[in-house]
Design a protein around this ligand. Structure first.
Ligand code: SF4
Length: 205
């Protein structure tokens, strides 16, 4: 599994022939032996690794960002070339994490660049026994329609004895831990504007 800062799989690695477990162990042992020999000779690979890393992001644009996975909000630097993400790594200037990322955050690159990522929404219609692929835009419109419909049907301006309510108890909002402060602020504004009073956030930490 590539980590942040690691390049996407090369064509060579994608098309490597199948190896038996025995062949794999033999080749790994030979490679390990070669590296061990270099170390024994006092040669360090660290400069070569650092050089390769520098070359990969040399022409890249660096954009400060925040790990999207949890409420800790560790700082990241996203490197892009021609608008495409080529690398994501910890941001040493972040007062939260000082350049560190946990294993999940260190793999954020795969969140954005991953050929196995689903790009369609899975939708199962009421009463249906199977899922259908739908575009995200369709899903967003569908959610908006249902929120509006439910709110209009259940909005209460007053209680039975005339006290002001201006709310609905028929919609519940549960935010994810990936929502940052700014998103939560805007989201809670929207929910309260709709008269929704049940608002919660799943913060993992
Ligand atoms: S998932 Fe890990 S790297 Fe990301 S914000 Fe949380 S602790 Fe930091």
């Amino acid at each position: 599994m590539p980590m942040a800062g690691s390049a996407p799989p090369t064509e060579t690695s994608k098309t490597a022939p199948d190896l038996s477990r025995r062949d794999f162990l033999k080749r790994s042992a030979r490679a390990g032996g070669a590296l061990g020999t270099l170390s024994a000779l006092g040669l360090s690979l660290a400069p070569a690794v650092a050089r390769a890393q520098t070359l990969r992001i040399q022409e890249a644009k660096a954009v400060p960002s925040v790990c999207p996975y949890c409420a800790v909000g560790c700082g990241t630097i996203v490197h892009t070339v021609d608008g495409r993400i080529v690398n994501i790594e910890g941001n040493p200037d972040s007062p939260v994490s000082e350049g560190n990322l946990c294993p999940k955050g260190a793999a954020t690159y795969q969140l954005a660049v991953n050929e196995q990522r689903w790009t369609m929404v899975k939708y199962r219609a009421p009463g249906s026994d199977h899922w259908e692929d739908r575009p995200l835009d369709w899903a967003m419109d569908r959610i908006a329609e249902l929120v509006k419909k439910t709110r209009d049907e259940t909005f209460q301006e007053t209680t039975a004895d005339g006290k002001t309510l201006m709310s609905t108890l028929s919609i519940f909002s549960l935010g994810g831990a990936t929502l940052d402060n700014e998103w939560n602020y805007v989201h809670s504004k929207l929910m309260r504007g709709l008269g929704i009073v049940s608002i919660e956030n799943q913060a993992r930490i």
